[in-house]
Design a protein around this ligand. Structure first.
Ligand SMILES: C[S@@+](CC[C@H](N)C(=O)[O-])C[C@H]1O[C@@H](n2cnc3c(N)ncnc32)[C@H](O)[C@@H]1O
Length: 412
């Protein structure tokens, strides 16, 4: 059967109009004429008859087998336009239009944290990512996504798997680049006992691992795995959230700073370990709120040790169950809000009533962002701009920053 690809779904799958409805055709691009065998709603054994001008040779040698990247067959400009369109259509679904600032894409080889899968094998260890739609593991020594410092940890990670992996199960290894060296957190390995603890610590030491955490327990700490956030140095708890690339983090911080403008008192909601709170504290007082007590403690310690910051206060609080109420924003002239994928429905409703003049929003989910944006707009805010900040190049993941402001409505 011959078909022409009409569009991409949100997960990057190509969709054509078949005789009985949509047909899914894998990694094709809009406008491409393809030929294949129809099986249910899937086109199998697909052959490209007319390629799209946006089709490129995948930059990574693992692209055919590895499931880590979905969009290596598309040009950067195509992916940028596609991601921007995902955000635009999520907003349009709520009846919202907004100007877009120029998109920022993190460069190749810039991911500073990643979770790899691994298994112990007869001869050693297999470490990598899963093949597309499968539990088969693919080794990725030439991965174009990860920072070279993460690739350099592979021998150490494999050595840990040889010692602490069982032949039956798969391990998940989260590795983060830090100023002190790799910060490694492993789950799914053998249960810890005295001998394993010692052996893991020995292997971690031999491979320059700054901190090794095994099923939540720190088993080796040679150097604190510090991260720089503005003037402050933070030691994040094991496995903690950090923005995926340093370039993306800088672009988000720039967007948030531009959105806030000259502010004196800020509330940073869903603050994590202080990605925004700590740099912003160089020019404004900050209240940072977040549900994870270990993250709050790390942020607090970093703020106290840094020089020249304005007052930073932290509050551990579940913002889904107990959002900050309007009267808690008294005297605050800017808010940063960066919730998880679920968005911040309850907090946004309270925030809309607080009437803080400027809100800098960061989101990893255009659908919940659009829902929460609608709440603010209905309350009188304007959505001044949106910027897609793509830290997950070659994937379907979309991240954005945005500015909301109250134009002429007086605060109550
Ligand atoms: C997308 S991360 C952003 C963190 C931080 N702004 C950053 O850029 O590093 C979302 C944060 O929300 C926190 N979080 C998740 N659920 C929460 C809740 N119900 N209440 C408060 N914080 C929550 C997570 O622990 C995480 O740190």
């Amino acid at each position: 059967m011959n078909l022409t690809i009409a569009r991409l779904g949100h997960l990057g799958e190509a969709i054509a109009q078949g005789p009985d409805g949509p047909v899914y055709a894998g990694q094709m691009l809009p406008g491409e004429a393809v030929e294949g065998t129809l099986s249910g709603d899937r086109l199998r054994d697909v052959r490209i008859v007319t390629p799209s001008p946006d089709r490129v040779r995948p930059p990574c040698v693992h692209a055919r087998t590895c499931g880590g990247c979905l969009m290596q067959h598309a040009s950067d400009s195509f992916v940028a336009g596609w991601k921007q369109e995902i955000v635009r259509s999520a907003l349009a679904g709520r009846g919202i239009e907004a100007p877009f600032r120029a998109l920022h894409t993190s460069p190749p080889q810039s991911r500073r944290r990643a979770t790899l899968a691994a298994r112990r094998t007869k001869g050693g260890a297999l470490l990598g990512f899963h093949a597309r739609g499968s539990d088969v593991l693919v080794a990725v020594p030439n991965c174009q996504l990860l920072h070279p410092d993460l690739i350099a940890t592979f021998p150490g990670l494999e050595a840990l798997v040889k010692v602490g992996g069982s032949r039956s199960g798969e391990l998940a290894l989260t590795v983060t680049r830090s100023l002190g060296g790799p910060d490694v957190s492993v789950t799914g390995g053998k249960p810890l006992d005295g001998a394993l603890r010692m052996e893991l610590a020995r292997v971690a030491g031999a491979h320059g691992v700054a901190r090794l955490t095994w099923d939540g327990e720190v088993v080796a700490l040679s150097t604190a795995p510090m991260q720089r956030m503005g003037r402050a140095l933070v030691s994040p708890p094991p496995g903690t959230f950090l923005q995926a690339t340093e370039e993306g983090e800088r672009a988000l911080l720039r967007a948030v700073s531009d959105a806030l403008g000259p502010v004196r008192r800020i509330v940073d909601l869903f603050a994590g370990v202080g990605t925004f709170a700590l740099p912003l504290a160089e020019r404004a007082e900050v209240l940072a709120v977040e549900s994870d007590p270990a993250m709050m403690a790390a942020l607090d310690k970093a703020a106290r040790s840094a020089e020249g910051l304005k007052r930073v206060t932290v509050e551990t609080r579940d913002l889904f169950r107990r959002p900050l109420e309007p009267d808690e924003f008294k005297g605050v002239d800017g808010v940063v809000i960066d919730p998880p994928r679920a968005g911040a429905e309850a907090q946004t409703e309270a925030l809309a009533r607080a009437r803080v003049p400027v809100i800098a929003a960061v989101s990893c989910n255009p659908v919940t962002f659009a829902r929460d944006a609608k709440t603010l707009i209905t309350a009188g805010y304007s959505l001044d701009w949106v910027q897609v900040v793509d830290q997950f190049r070659w994937s379907a993941h979309v991240e954005l920053a945005a500015r909301f402001s109250l134009a002429h409505i007086p605060r109550t």
